[in-house]
Design a protein around this ligand. Structure first.
Ligand code: UT7
Length: 324
């Protein structure tokens, strides 16, 4: 027998305010046509001025708890993957824990940019399998709009706000691929590329929050290679082929990156959950938002094999194979 981290509930939250490409074209020199052609994005949700990352995380977390049939009092670890914390300190997870009600248990944030949710799954899975936690609420939550330079057309059209959450519980398994739960996680980073996608502010450098700066074409090139590599790594580690995977739930940065990855891997396009049209790139929130979309509309079913992959600033990248 072995311990597995089983996803018991999935939740999501998107701010009410929707901004279309045409609305952005009134602010910067761009067009709906350019944005759709180059990225696949049609619209994005943007948080209200009084909506913080913790508010988004709490809403998504509450939905995940409800669907798992438990309350915040049953959770023994709160983790938020985010690049846009409410404050430099404390961790956004501390505010989520306070709102959802279980003082005394650990709460912390994970910063791995767009790979944050996959990093979170790995950390939480390790905590569960070594007995440190039994029921974890893991959220990916972002108000990326706060670090977007709205004068910069090369980045401002790409991002959106939102949050997704999963409840993971320790369950006994027999230790095969048929078991429900996280089957494997694979993490990577290459800090030599830290300046290809970064924020030009920070506590110890400028004492300002700063804005996203990106060498888009370079990031694109690395993304396609790294994402395909980590998917293949996950398949090899579990001795399966891409045909065995029921759903690919990728980080949603750009439809062209998704299409190129699909082509490289030879997966059927109908097996890929795509939300980038409506959500844009929500960084650490994009995978749990896409997962929740697939679960909510009935495509992703219990017992199916789901492969998640992400790549982001750092660079960081990684994958997670989960039996739902
Ligand atoms: O979350 C993980 C990290 N992020 C990513 O994975 C993003 C990766 N990169 C990308 O998705 C793409 O590189 C972008 C969507 C950012 C850009 O697409 P591209 O096809 O690589 O365009 P480009 O940067 O090569 O720019 C092509 C042209 C340039 O004009 P010139 O120099 O050819 O005259 C840009 O100035 O498009 C121009 N351009 C725009 N035009 C209209 C750049 N942004 C815009 C815009 N509207 N918003």
């Amino acid at each position: 027998m072995t311990i597995r981290s089983v996803i018991r509930g999935v939740g999501s939250y998107l701010p009410a305010n929707v901004v279309t490409n045409d609305e952005l074209a009134k602010r910067v020199d761009t067009s709906d046509e350019w944005i759709r052609d180059r990225t696949g994005i049609r619209r994005r949700h943007i948080a209200a001025d009084d909506e913080a990352t913790s508010d988004l995380a709490i809403n998504a977390g509450l939905q995940a708890l409800k669907r798992a049939g438990i309350s915040g009092a049953d959770v023994d670890m709160f983790v938020v993957a985010t690049t846009t914390p409410d404050h430099t300190l404390p961790a956004t997870a501390a505010k989520v824990q306070a709102a959802l009600g279980r003082p005394g248990v650990p709460s912390f944030d994970i910063q791995a940019v767009c790979s944050g949710f996959v990093y979170g799954l790995a950390v939480v899975d390790n905590a569960i399998r070594c007995g440190q936690a039994k029921t974890v609420l893991l959220m990916g939550a972002e108000t990326i709009s706060c670090i977007v330079d709205w004068e910069d057309r090369t980045t401002s059209v790409l991002f959106g706000d939102g949050a997704g959450a999963v409840v993971l519980s320790a369950e006994q398994g027999i230790g095969t691929i048929a078991d429900r739960g996280i089957l494997s996680t694979h993490l990577h980073s290459d800090g030599r590329q830290h300046d290809l996608l970064y924020v030009d502010g920070g506590a110890s450098t400028t004492q300002t929050t700063g804005y996203i700066r990106m060498e888009g074409r370079e990031v694109f090139r690395h993304a396609v290679v790294n994402l395909a590599d980590t998917v293949r790594e996950s398949l090899a580690a579990n001795d399966i082929t891409i045909a065995d995977v029921d759903w690919l739930v990728p980080h949603q940065a750009n439809k062209r990156i998704l299409d190129a990855t699909v082509k490289k891997l030879g997966i059927q396009p109908g097996k890929v959950i795509v939300t980038v049209e409506d959500h844009a790139n929500t960084s650490a929130a994009s995978i749990p938002l896409a997962l929740a979309t697939g679960v909510d509309d009935g495509r992703i079913q219990e017992g199916q094999l789901v492969l998640m992959e992400a790549m982001g600033g750092g660079f960081t990248w990684g994958s997670a194979l989960v039996r739902m």
